[in-house]
Design a protein around this ligand. Sequence first.
Ligand code: ATP
Length: 297
Amino acid sequence: MSTTVLSIQHLSKSYGALQALSDVSFEVPKGSIYGVLGPNGSGKTTMLGIITDVLRPDSGQYTLLNSPDHEQARKKTGTLLETPNFYPYLSAYKNLEISALIKGVSTMEIDPVLERVGLLARKNSKFSTFSLGMKQRLAIGAALLGNPELLILDEPTNGLDPNGIAEIRNLIKGLAVEGRTVVMASHLLDEVEKVCTHVAIIKNGKLLTSGSVGEVLASEDVIALRSVDLKKLSDILPGIAGFSKLEWQNEQILLHADLGRSSLEAINQYCFENGVILTHLALQRASLEARFLEITH
Ligand SMILES: Nc1ncnc2c1ncn2[C@@H]1O[C@H](COP(=O)(O)OP(=O)(O)OP(=O)(O)O)[C@@H](O)[C@H]1O
C-alpha cells in the first residue's frame, strides 16, 4: 500500500483581487516524483510557498509526512525554491558548511552530499567558477543536507543548458530510487513526462487534473486510419468501443479512443465487417504537447 507523504487539502490563496490558488487538493505518494505542472503564473510557486510555510493560505491545509507538527516534518524536508545565494568567492565545501550550520546538520554530511551531486572532485573550487548546472547541483546538495525524505524543488532545470538539464533530471530520478519523494514545479510538459511519476496540472490557480503520469497524460489513444472511402470510414468509426472523437486530416482520419476497451485488430475487423477496407492503421498517441494544450485551453 502506498503511503501519502504530502496531503494537500483545499488550499486557496489570493493576492488582493487575484485568486492565485483556488481549492487545490491532491495527495503525493511516497517514492513518487510529483510534478506540479502549469503555465507561468498558474500558481505553482504560490503552492510550493504554502507547503514550505513561506506563505500562508487563506484557507485549506496540508499534512506533511503524516505529522501534525509542521516544524518536525520540516526537518525531514529539503527545499529549493529559488537558486540560493551561495557566496561566489567561497568553495563548494565552505558554502555547504554554512548551509549545514544554518540547518543544524553535522559537517560530516557534506562530503557524501557533494559526492551524491557529483561535485566531490570540485569541493575546493570557488562557487563562481561553476557552470549553471553545477550551481544548481550544489543547491540540490544543500537541500539534501539532513538526509530529507521529501524534496520540494521549484523549476529545478530552469535556465540550464541541455547538459545541465540532463544532469539535474538524472539526479532527481536517482533521489527517488533512493526512496525519497520529490515534489517539483515545472512549466514543461515534456519534462514532467520524462522525469515524473505523477502530475498535478494547474491553470489559473485551479487544479485541472491529477494522478499518475500514465493516467493523466495518456488517457486517450489516437489512431490514424486511411481508406479509399474516408466518408464511409468516418460514418462507421463512432460505433467502436471506447470511441471519443474523430479528427479529419488531409488523407486520413485520426480516431480518439480508449484502446483499453478495443484493440487495433478489433478496429481493423470492425471496419472490414462494416464494409471498409483500411489501407493504413497505426497507433499515433496524441502528442503530449497537444494533450497539455487540450487540458489547459
Ligand atoms: N506576492 C504577490 N503579490 C501579488 N501577486 C502575486 C504575488 N505572487 C504571485 N502573484 C501572482 O499570482 C499568480 C500565481 O503566481 P505564481 O508565481 O504562484 O505562479 P507560477 O505558476 O509559479 O508562475 P511562474 O512559473 O511564472 O513563477 C500570478 O498571477 C502572479 O502574478
